[in-house]
Every structure is written in C-alpha cells, then in structure tokens.
Design a protein around this ligand. Sequence first.
Ligand code: A2P
Length: 334
Amino acid sequence: MNRNPHVAVVGATGAVGIEMIKTLEKRNFPAGKLTLLASARSVGKKLKYRGQELAVAELKKDSFGGIDIALFSAGGSISKEYAPAAAQAGCVVIDNSSAFRMDDRVPLVIPEINAADLKWHKGIIANPNCTTAITLIALYPLHAAFQCRRIFASSYQAVSGTGAKAITELERQVEQVVQRQPVTREVYPHQIAFNVLPHVDSFLPNGYTREEMKMENEGRKIMHHPTFRASVTCVRVPVYRAHSIAISAEFERPVTVEAALAVLRKAPGLDVIDNPAQSEYPLPLYLSGKYNCAVGRLRQDCALDNGLCFWVSGDQLLKGAALNAVQIAEELIK
Ligand code: A2P
C-alpha cells in the first residue's frame, strides 16, 4: 500500500462522511489526495479539508481509478452496488454499512481487537455496527481475561446514528414541542423528542430487530468466539450524539469488580469513569467528539453467576464509524 494513499470518502456529505473527513485531518492521516463522493444532489457542494475547500463529485462506477483506499458510508445498497467495482479497480474499500459484515470473504475489524484479520482481506473490509463496536471495546478485554459466555444488554442510541436527517428531525420536534405546535415526523415511526423508541432497524421473524442481532453475529466474528450469545434490546433515545449500552455479562471464570477494573484500566481505546459516590460515570453528552469510549457503573451482577454489570458510552459517529474506519486505514499503511 502506498504510504501517501489517494483516499476517497463515499457519502462525504452525510453525518458519518463529514466525521471521516474531520478524522482524517485531525489524525494527520498521510493522504496524498482526498476525493469526496456523494449523490448527484451534492455536486457543487464544497467541504473543508486541511484549510482547502474540496468540491464533492458524483459517485459513479468509474469513480475509483487511481484511488487506493475508499471509505464508504452511503448506506448498504450503495455499498453493494459500488464497493465490488471499487475493489475491482484495485482500491481497498473500508465499508461502514452492514452489506458485507457477515461475508466470510470479508474481515470485520475493530483494530484494538482483531487487527490481524486485515491480513486476509480481498479488497473489502467491513467496519462493525456502532453499538457492537462500543460494547466490544469494553467487553473484549473482559472476555480475554474471564471468557464471556453471554450478555444481556439494552442500548440507548443517539439519533445521529440514523443520519443527518434524523438530527434535523429531533431539532425540529424539540422546537415544535416548545412552541406548542403540532409535531411532524419523517424519519422515525413515532415522535422522538421527549420519547424513547424500542425500535432500531427492521424486525426479524424471531422478534428481535436486525440491529439487536448484530451484537451476537458480529461479536462472534470479531472476537473469534463462535458460541458467544447476546440478548439485546436496542432503543433510540433523544440524544444527538454518542450511544450508551447497559450490559450484564456472564463469564466462565469467576470475576470481581476489582479484577475487572484492573483489566479495563489497561484496555486500549477505553477510559474508566467509575465513581458513583461523586455521580461520576460515562455520559453520552460528554463523550461526544471523543475518540475513546468509557466504561463505568461496574458491579457484581446479582442475578448471574460469575456476572458483571457495566455501562459503556462512546461516540458512535467516531468509534462506531468514522474513527474505526480511519484506524483501519492507518493499519493498512503501517
Ligand atoms: P447526498 O448528501 O448527496 O444525498 P446520512 O447517513 O447522513 O443520511 O448520509 C448519507 C450519505 O450517503 C450522504 O453523503 C449521501 O449523499 C450519500 N448518498 C445517498 N444516496 C446516494 C447515492 N445514490 N449515490 C451516492 N451517494 C449517496
């Protein structure tokens, strides 16, 4: 791989695409050139990168000649349509959608956990689901130390996970409620302002949503743990940015809070904020814009043997998407 690769961001105008551009700049990624791609609607738009205004071009099948790395975040259908063509053109695709995550030929990577899987990529690398990534940043080190059998979890997911339109929807609805006007909705099936929706992604025949099953399916692949089980309820909350997850984990080996804290304090990409007496625990508002996720509220689970309860928060646009993708790109040019 070229040490100064030509990088493309596909979906550059979206909530994640914008964070990808900012993350490349902030981490001083040594891109030789940056190309910004989106739909025909965005042609003519300009986005800032390293003090320059870069024009957005229309994504086309032949957009990838000469591009070394393409960060895709324009939705699963766009990835399915364009990522194979990009890979064929010799570009390495890092795909943020769910399109290829469970494909046996595609590594699914969180660099802090399974960077070694990057070795066997064949042109497409998948970025994990955001809630799964934030959970595993805390769960994996505990699994490595105590062997996780299963988890029960509930998520508290920010609207920016749905994209730029959902951020506008929450802003508009808050304004409408405050102004005592009728609340209008376009993105979610119900009002999201001053409400919580136990519904993220579409429902499956087993009654779980697709988002909920990603934790078990992607968790197994990333942790190389084929018997890992996860029963999850994913909830959309009126938070602009950063997801949180309440987790009860059961381990094969006995685990204490002290032993778990010792493991988590050494874990990469993770801060421990756990001082409940001073009301100190991870909060999505304060983790917005941060690279590290944070874990707290550690306690022995009172309903599970060898069980531990904890709370993790992290910026899902960063660790759950843009940052993880840029970290993968950094691994590729190492
Ligand atoms: P555009 O702004 O031109 O519609 P979000 O997840 O925040 O909604 O962002 C989705 C991203 O995917 C945007 O950058 C959007 O570009 C891009 N996108 C959506 N549809 C297409 C398409 N048909 N071709 C290329 N990019 C697309």
